[in-house]
Design a protein around this ligand. Structure first.
Ligand SMILES: [Zn+2]
Length: 173
């Protein structure tokens, strides 16, 4: 699947999408889970090759995910040795078509502004319960705000992001 943000193409690899899809909160009691996204920069395209699932002492509830920052730092160092750059985070939501919560937005802006990088934008990916792409929110985090990336290509039908509602489990895309 391919997304665009201000002329920059972002392509999600199949193995990355497999990790995200297989962690969807399918059951009512499933807890939120998440991890980091790692990309390779090739000829104007940013390919998101790896989605990690942050283990360690991460705290999880049905409506929240607090990753173990030490484990995350170790993952960043380990993958950097293989030419993979940290480009953002992902986590799940117990809603069909996910949208970022106020806490998500605050945390993402904090990470963008406090970490050392030369990225124009980081990614914030939220995995909902629906099949992709409806169940996938892809946001571009900049210093000031978070904007929805546009789906430009993929094996799925293109659906406008604003067709989604955010009123929880009953939402239909
Ligand atoms: Zn969230």
């Amino acid at each position: 699947m391919k997304y665009d943000f201000q002329g920059q193409a972002y392509v999600f690899s199949t193995s990355c999408l497999d990790v995200l899809s297989s962690n969807r909160q399918r059951t009512f009691l499933a807890k939120e889970i998440g991890g980091q996204l790692f990309a390779r920069f090739t000829e104007g395209v940013i390919v998101i090759e790896v989605a990690t699932v942050t283990s360690g002492r991460s705290r999880r509830t049905r409506f929240g995910f607090w990753p173990d920052r030490d484990t995350e730092r170790q993952d960043i160092a380990r993958l950097f040795e293989n030419g993979l750059h940290y480009i953002g985070d992902w986590h799940t939501h117990p809603e069909e078509c996910p949208t970022p919560s106020n806490t998500d937005i605050r945390k993402a802006l904090e990470i963008f502004n406090q970490s050392q990088h030369e990225l124009k934008a980081m990614l914030m990916v939220i995995v909902g319960r629906s099949q992709f792409p409806d169940g996938l929110f892809v946001g571009a985090v900049t210093a000031l705000n978070i904007l929805t990336c546009r789906l430009t290509d993929g094996p799925f039908q293109i659906v406008a992001a604003d067709a989604c509602t955010d009123d929880g489990l009953q939402a239909k895309c």
